[in-house]
Write a protein that binds this ligand. Structure first.
Ligand code: GCU
Length: 676
């Protein structure tokens, strides 16, 4: 059944095989590793499905053989031209049609077995998209080293901000029962280059660090290992107190340091290639080093010292803000972290959300990107759509991430786009990475909806290449997931490409932000003004009054704009130079403030809400045109979800406009200019 379980690895039957489709497959070694075996299994599975029968295994080289080779796996064939590490790095790969010993072969090769597995997945996905392999010559090398999913999964299987069922980690049945799903999960991740998984919620429970749970963690790590995926855990800073009754968790206390060292040593006895800790500290009530007057760097470095002998890393999150702080919430991370630049140990990365607030439909890029040249910064993206309609609203996030990654920080003499900070080139970072908060749960389709699978897919692709095109990724996904017929793939790609902007339009146009329902973040709550915590209160973010709306983040206000490099700050600080998309994020203006297209702010807001609703209507029309191109099961589910989205886009528009009118007393504009 087309229930979405197979994700983008459906391997739909090919009508006709490419001329250069191989006739047999062999690994260039007699005793392949588990990773090469996984690649061979995937080739079996995929060719069985696409070609009607699995490629036969060859023992000797023949014409038309698909050969898998790496330095570890090359004993059977002499003088294979393996790519240099200069070309492919540790885990990149080359796919080439070559002549070897007088035979025409296709060679998938790398500097490591995992590179070969990545190359195999790429090769099979290209085959699934109907690519012609004649003369194929592909070299791909990831631009980042650590490409992680962050699961916000609790040990009771509730998933924080999860909209696709319960946690897929069935702690109760682990380690005895290894659900085959875990292997499919690993395959899916490896197919897009993801090489790490943090299993547990950042709002951490120290229990996962106890032996009973470490056994379970080890069982998962064993499943993932052949797929090149390392396991990470979230470390609760107060764990020494909670688990072993230490009187303090002060990072300067030698007993605390020793506790973490012992704990790290213990973890590595269970998981010899454990990746390390992800830490949320002194944020939203979580314990941390500041509880003892110590800095984030001191806290991170204590954990880093414990992991260092084993090769593990600390990912220390910069998502910090506090209710007591009088400072504008979007400024706090920069204020706390920039002075610590250069103080973190070598195996620490600071993990920064894409924007300074919290995964909103649109935010400017985080001002820390470009501001910490001595500290490797990872980017954290949210794949699960906490603020973009959970799993029913269709919102392809590739465009959101591309917008952030291509934004120019002007941090160096070059324009230094955010992507160049993340891939390490802007500041010569020694370690690099990207993390995505997973949208995966126990739902049969993994992500809660078919289109949300595209966000998982796009995350992996962009972590591999932060300069990748959101549109090219959407098209690849559409071809793999729905149809390689160009008309169908075009339509679906178009639908995806406009989808996130539609959400921005009906939820938070013109730079408005954080207007969602209290706690759950679903639906509009612009009018909420009395939560007792300004930083969680919608009203605080728009401060609408009779004459004006928006948050002044220029010199006359919080001056958050000053945290950006000169040219960026200058552009955004001017009411006439800031792009309309960020106007009310940085400025407080009159409802009658005139925009470039001639509309007043009030007129433009109303126009954009309307536009958002009509964009969803267009999405419905377009989707309905695919009724005979898409299987009934997925067609119906997407149709039903679009109907929910339509209803809720109207809810957002009408509730928002009614609220603004209750404040500004303005009538609905009659004649609103068409889109610029
Ligand atoms: C958001 C989210 C929380 C989460 C937090 C975080 O605020 O609503 O559920 O814990 O981000 O990233 O730590």
């Amino acid at each position: 059944a087309e229930d979405g379980y197979d994700l983008w690895l459906r391997y739909a039957p090919l009508e006709e095989a490419s001329y250069a489709t191989p006739r047999h497959v062999m690994a260039a070694c007699s005793d392949p590793s588990a990773t090469i075996d996984a690649a061979l299994d995937e080739i079996d599975r995929a060719t069985q499905s696409m070609l009607g029968e699995a490629l036969p295994r060859a023992d000797t080289l023949q014409g038309g053989t698909l050969v898998l080779a790496s330095p570890e796996c090359s004993g059977m064939l002499e003088n294979l031209p393996l790519p240099s590490s200069y070309e492919v790095g540790v885990d990149g790969y080359a796919i080439k049609e070559i002549r070897h010993s007088g035979r025409q072969i296709t060679l998938i090769s790398a500097q490591s077995d995992i590179g070969v597995l990545y190359g195999t997945f790429d090769y099979l996905q290209r085959m699934a998209r109907g690519q012609n392999f004649t003369g194929v010559n592909i070299v791909s090398r990831p631009k980042t080293q650590l490409r992680l999913l962050n699961h916000w999964d609790n040990l009771d299987r509730h998933v924080e901000r999860g909209y696709s069922g319960q946690s897929i980690w069935d702690w109760h049945r682990l380690p005895g029962y290894l659900d085959p799903k875990y292997t499919d999960y690993a395959r899916a991740n490896a197919s897009i280059g993801i090489n790490g998984v943090s299993l547990t919620n950042v709002n951490a429970d120290a229990t996962v660090l106890t032996p009973h749970y470490l056994e379970k963690v080890a069982a998962l790590a064993d499943v993932f290992r052949p797929y090149g995926i390392k396991v990470y855990l979230t470390a609760r800073f107060s764990a020494p107190m909670e688990l072993d009754g230490l009187p303090t968790a002060d990072p300067r206390d030698p007993a605390v340091q020793a506790w973490w060292q012992d704990k790290a040593n213990e973890i590595y006895t269970y998981v010899p290639d454990f990746g390390g800790f992800l830490v949320k500290a002194n944020s939203e009530g979580q314990p941390g080093p500041q509880d003892y007057g110590r800095s984030h760097a001191e806290g991170a470095n204590m954990l880093a010292a414990a992991l260092e002998p084993h090769g593990g890393n600390v990912m220390w999150r910069a998502f910090v803000y506090s209710a007591e702080e009088p400072e504008d919430r979007v400024k706090q991370a920069y204020t706390e972290f920039v002075p610590l630049d250069g103080q973190f140990a070598d195996n620490v990365l600071v993990q920064v959300k894409n924007g300074p607030l919290d995964f909103q439909p649109r935010e400017p890029f985080h001002p820390l990107f470009g501001a910490m040249p001595e500290t490797p910064l990872m980017m954290e993206l949210q794949i699960t759509k906490e603020y973009l309609g959970f799993s029913t609203h269709l919102a392809y996030l590739g465009t959101l991430w591309e917008e952030v990654l291509s934004a120019e920080t002007h941090a160096t003499d070059q324009r230094a786009p955010v992507a160049s900070v993340i891939d390490g080139t802007a500041h010569d970072y020694e370690i690099t990475g990207m993390a995505g908060v997973a949208n995966i749960g126990s739902d049969r389709n993994w992500s809660g909806s078919i289109f949300d699978q595209a966000n998982w897919y796009a995350f992996g692709r962009m972590a591999w290449d932060p300069d990748a095109s959101a549109e090219a990724i959407a098209r690849d996904w559409a071809e793999l997931t729905f149809s390689r017929a160009p008309e169908v793939a075009d339509i679906i790609t178009g639908l995806m490409m406009g989808s996130r902007e539609a959400v921005v339009n009906y939820m938070t146009p013109l730079g408005l932000t954080h207007l969602m329902g209290t706690g759950h973040h679903y639906g509009p709550a612009l009018w909420v003004d009395d939560l007792g915590r300004a930083d969680w209160t919608p009203y605080y973010y728009h401060k609408a009054m009779k004459d004006a709306v928006g948050f002044d983040r220029t010199e006359t206000g919080s001056n958050a704009v000053d945290q950006y490099a000169g040219p960026v700050a200058q552009k955004w600080a001017g009411q006439d130079t800031v792009p309309d998309e960020l106007l009310l994020w940085f400025h407080r203006v009159g409802w009658d403030h005139e925009l470039d297209n001639g509309n007043t702010v009030w007129e433009e807001l109303v126009r954009r809400y309307d536009l958002g609703v009509s964009q969803v209507e267009d999405m419905q029309t377009v989707w309905h045109s695919l009724e005979h191109e898409v299987d009934a099961e997925r067609f119906e589910q997407v149709s039903a979800f679009l109907a929910i989205q339509h209803q809720e886009a109207i809810w957002w528009r009408d509730a928002s406009i009614a609220y603004w009118q209750s404040v500004n007393g303005l009538p609905l504009p009659e004649d609103v200019a068409a889109p610029a």
